[in-house]
Write a protein that binds this ligand. Structure first.
Ligand SMILES: [Zn+2]
Length: 338
C-alpha cells in the first residue's frame, strides 16, 4: 500500500497524519510528538523521524509504505522550505537561520518531501474538504487565531509566491472605516500597517484594540476587571452565549472579513470562500450567525457572483498536517510514486 505522510512541525509539538493514494486518512485525531525545535535542526529532525515511526505503528503500516512526505512549518520560509536567515519565533536556535528544512528532512528520511508554510497547509486542507485532492477549483481560506493566516488555492494549486509570502492574507489592508460602530478606532497591526485584516480580525486584535475600545462603552462589564489577555480569550465564548459587547466585537470582525472577501471575489472570482480557526470553534448557531454577518459586511456582489458559498473549515487541530499530506500526495502523483 502506498501511503503519504503529512508532518506539521509546530512550536512545541509535531503532528502527524497518513493518507492513502485513495485519499483516505489512516489516523483520525491528533498524533503528536514533542518538537524540540529549540534544540536546533539536528535534534529536531531526529525527533521528526522518531515520531514518524510512532505514527506508522499507530496506523499499522511499515515505514517502507511511506513514499513521500509533506512538511509544513510556521514561516517565514521560502516557497521551497528554506527558513528565514533572520530566524523566527519558532526557530530560535542559531543553526536554523537560513536552514533548508525541506531538503534536510528529505536527506534524513531518504524520501521526497514537499513544503508549505502552516497557513497555506491549513488552506489546502480546507480546499480539500470541499473539492478533494484532484481539484481544479479556486478558493480563498482565512484562519483566525492569535493572528490571521490563510491561503489562496488557484486551479487546485497553492499560491506560494516569489518569496514564500503568498497567501499572507492577514496583512492585506481593508477599508475598515466603513464598518459601522467603530468610529475613531485605530486598529494597528504588529507588521506596522493600520487597518489590515489581522488588525481587525484576530485574538490579538481583540486584546489590543477591541477591548480597550469597547469596554468604556459598556460600564460595569465583567471583562473590565479581568486581565486583558485572559479577557480576550473569553470573548468568543461570551459572544456565543449572547453577551452584547462580545457579540458586537464579533460583528465588527465579521464585517471586516466581509470587506476582505469582497476584495478576493473581485480579484479571483473563486469557487469557495472558507473561514476557520479558533474564532469559529463555537456552537453551530454562532457559526451560522457569524457567516451571516460576514455577508452583511460584504458590499453587494454582481448577480452572477452573489451565490458564492462561504464554508466553515472543519478539524482545526489536524488542518496543518492534513494539508501538508495533500501537497505531498500531489508530489507523489506527479512523480509517479502514488
Ligand atoms: Zn499586519
Amino acid at each position: 500500500m502506498e501511503v503519504v505522510a503529512g508532518i506539521d512541525l509546530g512550536g512545541t509539538a509535531i503532528n502527524y497524519t497518513l493518507i492513502t493514494r485513495e485519499e483516505k486518512f489512516l489516523i483520525e485525531g491528533l498524533c503528536e510528538h514533542p518538537a524540540l525545535s529549540k534544540q536546533g535542526p539536528e535534534v529536531c529532525l531526529q525527533q521528526i523521524e522518531d515520531g514518524l515511526k510512532i505514527a506508522a505503528d499507530l496506523a499499522k503500516i511499515p515505514l517502507t509504505d511511506i513514499v513521500a512526505i509533506g512538511l509544513d512549518t510556521p514561516g517565514p520560509a521560502s516557497a521551497a522550505g528554506q527558513l528565514s536567515a533572520k530566524g523566527s519565533t519558532n526557530f530560535v536556535h542559531a543553526d536554523w537561520a537560513g536552514f533548508d528544512i525541506r531538503e534536510g528532512l528529505a536527506r534524513k528520511l531518504g524520501k521526497p518531501v514537499s513544503y508549505l508554510n502552516d497557513g497555506n497547509a491549513g488552506a489546502l486542507w480546507g480546499h480539500f474538504t470541499i473539492f478533494g485532492a484532484n481539484s481544479k477549483e479556486t478558493s480563498v481560506s482565512i484562519v483566525i487565531g492569535t493572528g490571521l493566516g490563510g491561503g489562496v488555492i488557484i486551479d487546485g494549486n497553492v499560491v506560494k509566491g516569489r518569496k514564500g509570502f503568498g497567501g499572507e492574507l492577514g496583512h492585506v489592508l481593508i477599508p475598515y472605516q466603513s464598518i459601522p460602530g467603530i468610529e475613531g478606532m485605530k486598529p494597528n497591526c504588529n507588521c506596522g500597517r493600520l487597518g489590515d485584516l489581522e488588525s481587525v480580525c484576530s485574538l490579538t486584535a481583540i486584546e489590543k484594540t477591541f477591548l480597550p475600545y469597547f469596554l468604556p462603552k459598556y460600564p460595569g462589564h465583567e471583562l473590565a476587571s479581568v486581565d486583558r489577555s485572559k479577557a480576550a480569550k473569553m470573548v468568543r465564548g461570551m459572544a456565543d452565549r449572547g453577551d452584547k459587547m462580545c457579540r458586537e466585537i464579533f460583528r465588527v470582525q465579521a464585517h471586516g472579513i466581509g470587506l476582505f472577501l469582497d476584495e478576493m471575489v473581485n480579484t479571483f472570482d473563486p469557487d469557495a470562500l472558507i473561514i476557520g480557526g479558533g474564532a469559529l470553534e463555537a456552537s453551530e448557531a454562532f457559526q451560522k450567525w457569524f457567516i451571516e454577518q460576514v455577508r452583511v459586511g460584504m458590499p453587494a456582489q454582481r448577480e452572477e457572483q452573489a451565490d458564492i458559498p462561504i464554508y466553515v473549515m472543519p478539524n482545526g487541530d489536524t488542518a496543518g498536517s492534513r494539508g501538508a499530506a495533500i501537497e505531498a500526495l500531489k508530489l507523489a502523483r506527479t512523480s509517479g510514486l502514488a
